[in-house]
Design a protein around this ligand. Structure first.
Ligand SMILES: [Fe+2]
Length: 159
């Protein structure tokens, strides 16, 4: 991309690749909850997880296209995503509470990795990517708030 150095581009692409793998995995994990939730409040939770899956899925497209804008080749296979991701897959989450806790912890992990990425980019002139990552950060903060609001008060960290 015009005016960026090769090493700035490489650094941005590396961050975006990990973010893409994590967002892809988290989208699938969220969709798993959308499909497999069993609860007296099924309709609400099914839709709640469905909306989050759709938002993450849109984000995947934006992250992938940002990598292309920087001239990189977008990873797009499960094999690559599993190699790049820093999240873990889960099986058999039985309750809504277990699902919400796992998703919340994944969003929080992505948030802290985004903070670290933004710190690493503090000398980069790739403001386009920096601004994009800040947008991703805000979206994960919003979903985290929504997930956290489904947990009862005595499970919140600062009560
Ligand atoms: Fe659906």
């Amino acid at each position: 991309m015009i005016s960026l150095t090769d090493s700035e581009i490489k650094e941005s692409i590396k961050i975006l690749e990990t973010l893409l793998a994590n967002t892809y995995l988290l989208a699938l994990k969220t969709q798993n909850c959308h499909w497999n939730i069993v609860s007296p409040t099924f309709s609400m939770l099914h839709e709640f997880f469905g909306n989050q899956y759709e938002a993450l899925s849109d984000a995947n497209d934006e992250i992938a296209e940002r990598i292309r804008m920087l001239g990189g080749k977008t990873p797009a296979t499960f094999q690559e995503f599993l190699k790049l991701t820093t999240l873990k897959e889960n099986n058999n989450l039985q309750t809504a509470e277990a699902m919400i806790k796992v998703l919340l912890s994944d969003h929080e992990q992505i948030i802290s990795e985004l903070h670290a990425a933004l710190k690493a980019l503090d000398r980069s002139t790739d403001e386009g990517t920096i601004d994009f990552l800040i947008g991703r950060l805000r979206d994960h903060e919003k979903i985290s708030w929504m997930l956290r609001s489904h947990l009862t008060l005595n499970q919140q960290p600062n009560s």
